[in-house]
Ligand binder design. Structure first.
Ligand SMILES: [Zn+2]
Length: 424
């Protein structure tokens, strides 16, 4: 017999792009999570707090210190047979990996693989960034202002940059530029994609020293205020990325990929092969249980061949956001629960806000959940009111499949995010 709701101990990942010390939301939450011996070091970056069963930074059960995966292996009813069967889960794994991320330096420009390719690449050559054989679709939910590069710019925009940014144009041979420019407005989409592929492949394999020399020239020109009118929109991004990675030709991605300024509450999913780099912000990220990323830039471990083989050339002027809906299933009391349901089978995320003195109810979900409190304090109540667990900022709880829960706030409001999976 085990409880259906119990506290977890998450794990942190101190990647160098994390915000430093207590300015990092991931560190603040980890500080409240009850991680043994955890103390914020103000000189250290705290990039991510992980909640899930991935072996690279596994979560433990708070009361026993046992790995969550070991506990779930013994108690598969907490995950639920339908989920175990649907995803072929073994060894107490759950299908999703839930993260809070906090960074003020860009993460590597990367793509994710589909499952078939991940399996192949992992078995042929298990490397740090293909650490498992799973695919890695992810959704992101902004908790603060959040800057990110995501997807290819429309080809006509790239060709404009080629025409008025000489340092960028110098990375390509004249025939590549001539061909690209001649087809950017072609009605034939496959022709445009193929020209983008030629151009991008050339960029990804450019002589790094030459590219960094051109980058220096570009940055000096921008710093001297000698940008043309058309460059004004991209100048601050170039300078920002250059500040972060002064010797990295990845800065030129500013002329190839879409930049977005997301606001709190904005959420989106990332498609297989879609290039992206998160730059600054605090976010919730939820992905299939995988740590596979194929980096192209802003990293010391690049895999340009695998990146180029698997990147998807789908230029688009915008990014479609996930529209949250009110989660009302069994929610008899209030309407403080917003559901973000991405087109990813393994996961969905709810934002739950309980007003001071209020109660929010969630009917049974047909799969496991992990919830993290990001503000305030309150209680999670289950077993028809017979059981209750006080929770506050940073604390993480597991909620078993088939468990109806209520969240109660007392003196203060509280806010949590609940990641879960259900099989229809
Ligand atoms: Zn990613």
């Amino acid at each position: 017999m085990t409880e259906q709701v119990f506290r977890l101990i998450p794990a942190t990942q101190n990647y160098p792009w994390g915000k430093k010390g207590s300015s990092s939301l991931a560190a603040q939450l980890a500080d409240g999570a009850g991680i043994p011996d955890f103390k914020i070091d103000e000189s250290q970056p705290y990039a991510e707090m992980w909640m899930g069963t991935h072996p690279n930074a596994p979560t433990r059960v708070h009361s026993t210190g046992q790995l969550l995966s070991e506990h779930l292996a013994v108690h598969p009813e907490l995950v639920g047979q339908s989920v175990i069967k649907r995803f072929g889960l073994e060894n107490g794994q759950i299908p999703f990996l839930f993260k809070v991320m906090s960074f003020d330096k860009a993460l590597p420009v990367q793509i994710h693989l589909d499952r078939h390719t991940a399996e192949r690449v992992h078995s042929e050559n298990p490397r740090a960034y293909v650490a498992d054989s799973n695919h890695n679709p992810e959704m992101v939910l902004a908790l603060s202002d959040f800057g990110a590069l995501c997807g290819f710019l429309p080809t006509f925009q790239v060709s404009e940059f080629l025409s008025f940014v000489p340092e960028f144009a110098s990375l390509f041979t004249p025939d590549i530029i001539a061909h690209f420019t001649s087809v950017v407005r072609s009605p034939d989409e496959s022709e445009r994609k193929s020209a983008l592929k030629d151009l991008f492949s050339c960029y990804a394999q450019v002589d790094k020293e030459e590219a960094v020399a051109q980058l220096k020239r570009l940055v000096e020109r921008y710093q001297a205020g000698k940008e043309s009118d058309k460059e004004k929109i991209v100048k601050s991004l170039v300078l920002q990325l250059h500040d972060m990675y002064p010797d990295d030709s990845g800065v030129f991605c500013a002329f190839i990929l879409n930049y977005f300024d997301f606001k709190p509450g904005h959420a989106f999913s990332v498609a297989t092969g879609e290039p992206h780099a998160y730059i600054t912000g605090d976010i919730i990220e939820c992905m299939a249980t995988s740590d596979n990323t194929i980096p192209l830039a802003f990293s010391s471990h690049l895999d340009v061949p695998t990146f180029l083989t698997n990147v998807a050339y789908n230029p688009t002027p915008g990014k479609s956001l996930i529209q949250p809906t009110m989660f009302t299933r069994g929610s008899t009391h209030t309407s403080g629960s917003l559901l973000y349901n991405p087109p990813i089978d393994e996961l969905a995320v709810m934002q739950v806000i309980v007003a001071k003195g209020g109660v929010e109810s969630h009917h049974k979900l047909r799969g496991p959940s992990i919830a993290v409190v990001v503000e305030g304090e309150g209680a999670v109540v289950w077993a028809e009111g017979a059981k209750r667990l006080g929770v506050r900022k940073g604390q993480v709880v597991f909620i078993a499949a088939g468990t109806e829960v209520k969240y109660s706030a007392f003196e203060t409001a509280f806010k949590l995010y609940r990641a879960f999976v259900e099989v229809a």
